[in-house]
Design a protein around this ligand. Structure first.
Ligand code: GRG
Length: 275
């Protein structure tokens, strides 16, 4: 999700390298070079949409891009990457972000452990550099990810999968991290808008996964668009973009305006690819 896909601000572009540096610090903090090597490889790239949402949300709420916010974004990216490591080993995937997966390069056992290491490092950084409240939000989101993935593993090959159950699984496995990012941004900005930011993260997170599923529709798994059809899914995504925009707290600044535009801009980009 780069500036060519969605609108952004120069301050966000300038802050992203600080997020990358913090990610690097977290994933190279093992005493074991092989653990650092594996977790660095999976975090070295990625489109960083979750960071863009966290940084923009903070500015929209009148906060500054300080160490706590940069750490929030880094923690969410490391959790996301850790969950991808576990997802790849469950799927037996061989390549991710242009490099061999950890399960393909080192085997299943090391992939379980590297994913666990990344979760632990994100939690530790949140407790040290943000707050106990932030670490609590992270633990709750990890539990949601696990539950969402659990539902996914059970249901993905089920032809009679009810679409609402597919949505529930998306809410947990993908929207949870966007929700977490928005709640952390509110926490760091002291914005007192947790509920509206959680609603924004939920709507954008659902939209983000549905777009991913629309782009992967040919793969034939029982995803929400496969179950309900492409047109219905695009219509539902349009509703989600409006729901996200309406949830943005009533602030009159450039970042809030961008936050309102982001979901629809992302959807427009995706629909131009699948048209
Ligand atoms: C270990 C935290 C942890 C969780 C275990 C495996 C699991 C439970 C959850 C995984 C859930 C999952 C695979 C969600 C899909 C998320 C998604 C839409 C990934 C694609 O995200 P992008 O497009 O990818 O941001 P890049 O590579 O750009 O980061």
């Amino acid at each position: 999700m780069s500036a060519t896909v969605v609108p952004t601000l120069p301050m966000i572009a300038e802050a992203l390298p600080r997020v990358d540096a913090q990610i690097r610090e977290l994933v190279t903090s093992s005493t074991l070079p092989k653990v650092n090597d594996a977790s660095s490889r999976i975090t070295a790239s990625g489109k960083r949409p979750r960071s863009i949402v966290i940084l923009t949300s903070t500015l929209a709420l009148g906060g500054s891009l300080d160490k706590r916010v940069i750490t929030s974004a880094a923690c969410v990216e490391v959790l996301h990457a850790g969950s991808l490591v576990h997802d790849d080993l469950m799927d037996n995937a061989t390549e991710r972000r242009g490099v061999p997966t950890i399960n393909a390069a080192w085997g299943l056992g090391p992939a379980v452990l590297v994913g666990d290491f990344m979760l632990a490092k994100a939690s530790q950084a949140a407790l040290r550099d943000i707050s106990a409240t932030a670490a609590g939000h992270i633990a709750a989101a990890v539990a949601e990810l696990v539950e969402g993935q659990f539902m996914e593993v059970l249901d993905l090959q089920d032809r009679s999968r009810p679409p609402d159950r597919a949505l529930k699984s998306i809410d947990l496995k993908t929207a949870a991290l966007f929700r977490l990012g928005c709640v952390l941004a509110d926490h760091c900005a002291d914005g007192a808008e947790e509920q509206r930011m959680a609603e924004y993260g939920t709507a954008f997170g659902l939209l983000f996964q549905l777009v991913d599923d629309l782009l992967d529709l040919a793969e034939g798994v029982y995803s929400y668009p496969y179950l309900t059809g492409k047109d219905h899914t695009v219509e539902y995504c349009t509703e989600l973009a409006a729901r996200a925009a309406a949830a943005v707290p009533d602030r009159d600044n450039d970042a809030a305006a961008i936050l309102r535009e982001l979901p629809a801009a992302y959807l427009n980009w995706a629909t131009s690819l699948i048209a």
